[in-house]
Design a protein around this ligand. Sequence first.
Ligand code: NIG
Ligand code: FE
Length: 397
Amino acid sequence: MTRFVMILENIGNLTTFNPDSGEVETTSNTSLVIEDGIIVENGSGEFIDCTGCLVTPGFVDPHTHPVFLDLRVDEVAMRKAGATYEEIAAMGGGINSSINGVRNASVDELIERVSRRMDQFLKLGTTTVECKSGYGLNTEAELNSLQVIHEVNQRHEMDMIPTFLGAHAFPPEFAHDHDGYVDLICTEMIPAVAEQGIAVFCDVFCENGYFNVDQSRRILNTAKEYGLTLRLHADEFEDSGAAELAAELGAISADHLMAVTDVGIESLAQNNVIATLLPGTTFFLDKDTYAPAKELMKMGVDIALATDFNPGSCHIKSMPFIIHLACKYLGMTVEQAFASSTYYSAKALNLEHVVGSLTIGRKADVIVWDVEKLSDIPLHDSGLPIKMMIKNGKAID
Ligand code: NIG
Ligand code: FE
């Protein structure tokens, strides 16, 4: 059988997190050999000249909500006029206003929307995306949302990792019966999601006004029994003890954390829960409070970065822009933000042995940049200087 070998040669700077040393390392004037989509030690085949170029792994975005019909653009203008995210939700906007779109759209229509969004992610250098359901909020529409992720994943170059987020908000039919919705999630939705066999993770929006700690615990324990790995939207707007819950339940990741307390940070650190930070959301919502990244790092918590792309609170798809925000508002260095957008973001998806670093045996998801060094990346928020994207060892347009 012939093997397909591609060699990136004369690479100006190859920059990757090295899992063995735990550091971001740069090797100059080097080459990278790819055989059948995997990085290997050596071989001969098709040469690609990378003189003067920076070469990095593709970005891994471990938190997005891409299954919806339309962006809620009106809410942007409402915020500019002074309304907060919470006020807009209370006025009938917010997560609930995206439900009708998903419930009334056909699966094919959603496949088309999600597929186009994945095209855009790929153009921005992202090669693996975690994708949540969560705008259907009944059994049928949630299963359909996961099916959409599955179908697009089959057809698209992008690697999409599905997460069940039935506990994203209380749908209107359960506005006065929150525990009834939690019952539905635990007795009907999670068993059906497990039987469908697509979702890898279960997430809950654990936040004052959404799912409280007891409801979140019940949902996540049920999900765990059905074999799903746990992650949480935790302490986004107010502290509700969600970080502590993530630690108690052994979640892989606690996300957002703008309002996390020192006790919450301590419990994440002690239980090896990754903190997935989403500075794009604070920025997009015109808020001032960013997650305490420096305290998290000081306590030894691993930090992943993600876009949180969704129809309401963040329309950003660009990981380079998230890196820029992380440097500006989270006090991270470019190297730290890069490691958190590649290796640690892969780790937040249990995929650090598969993607997120350019080391032997990993998948060849590679960006060849038209810039020379890592610190040039955040200077380009759009119109990215990407010369070539390689996904699974194949050059893509
Ligand atoms: O991560 N926090 C919950 N979910 C999203 C918001 C989704 C929406 O507004 O549609 C978030 O910010
Ligand atoms: Fe989110």
